[in-house]
Design a protein around this ligand. Sequence first.
Ligand code: SF4
Length: 339
Amino acid sequence: MDLQKLEAVLQSQNQPKFRTEQLKKAIYQDGISSFTEISNIPKDLREILVKEMGLLSFEVQKVLVTKDGQSMKALLKLSDGNLIEAVLIAPKPDVWSVCISCQVGCAIGCKFCATGKMGLKRNLTAEEITDQVLFWIQYLKNINQKISTVVFMGMGEPLLNWEQVSRSLRDLIDPTLFGFGARSISVSTSGIPEGIEKLAMEFPQVNLALSLHFGSDEKRSQAMPINRKNNLETLREALKKYFLKTNRKVFLEYVMLSGVNDSREDADKLIRFVKSIGKLQLLHVNLIRYNSTGSEFKPSSKEHTVEFRDYLAQNRIDVTIRKSLGEEIQGACGQLAGK
Ligand code: SF4
């Protein structure tokens, strides 16, 4: 939603100031899909708005829904023809979480991730980022549901598009726009220390998730090239600074890759790393099932993942196995590739 354009159209039509607030409410809170649905503004203004502008900055190419109706994925065509994806999942009944993209592709190149294989095409604008949320607000309105949480875990590395991501965060928590609580938003990073610092300074209430996946530099650098620049020691220091500023829980994401990072030795290295950060009570490890992306990696078995979890828990690590949704529509973690 291009707010500047909206305001320019209203000004050109000599509309009173309160009109902007009326429109913002209709768009962001009521989730209208067309200006024609706004009954409390003059009919001729509705027609002008429809003629002058759209509500979303992209075209919705398709929406895929899993058989159980718990996960949905939208393929969105941007004005320059690039494609991105945004996912909606219901981890619990009547709780909807939107997973949004912040870049077309990604420069980080994690070996287990479909987006990483695309390389980076470009950054998304703040408008393109928040419009993904707006689209799902409109979609959920049809089934009388609302979004509970927003996670920056789709395509791209949010902390490498900080200017636009921070603008989008401001809009998401702005009570006159989306009005989400900062604590209902999470930003996930592969590990960009200066970005973690900016997040802590500017949005201390927004949740941080770190895609850790390995407890040793050797293995992490093989699967996640970013580790050659920002190794585990760098991340440890970044997290320590983060805690000093926010004193808030950080989620460490750990994708379970069979025979790659799921041995007892891998668990021991992970435990050592987590304990070396200190503030154990503020660290939570999420074990994630690996979703097939056609790469050489295979998911660890359910039993093995449970064993891994129990071993971490015995060693006083706060840990859960995160429920994976959306694999059937290639909408789960690591599967987004603009298809
Ligand atoms: S996992 Fe995240 S950071 Fe890594 S390549 Fe995929 S989108 Fe980029």
